[in-house]
Write a protein that binds this ligand. Sequence first.
Ligand SMILES: [Zn+2]
Length: 107
Amino acid sequence: MSTNNVFKKFIQRMKAGRKSSSEKTVSSNSPEMMGELLHMVKNTDDVEIGCDEVFELLDQYVEMEQRGEDVTRLLPLVERHLEKCRDCREEYEALKQVIEAAAPDNA
Ligand SMILES: [Zn+2]
């Protein structure tokens, strides 16, 4: 139950950020995508997502991580999958490097 609340907060924040932000970072957050996310997060205890779904979420996941969001709480299914799936883990590492390299102020 609390996971849903966290997720709603997250979505509100994403929407707010998208409205006010002038940066051209995230552009793939369609309402349908959010619906899917909400649907998935309802049953986090039982449900596992597949490589395709992880792949869909991976860029968001990495971007959120870059922003210092608590991805373990917000996208627990992705986190869980990455722990188990080596392919997606590699994809994640690669994407992370790309995004880090593209970041305007990488330390
Ligand atoms: Zn996978």
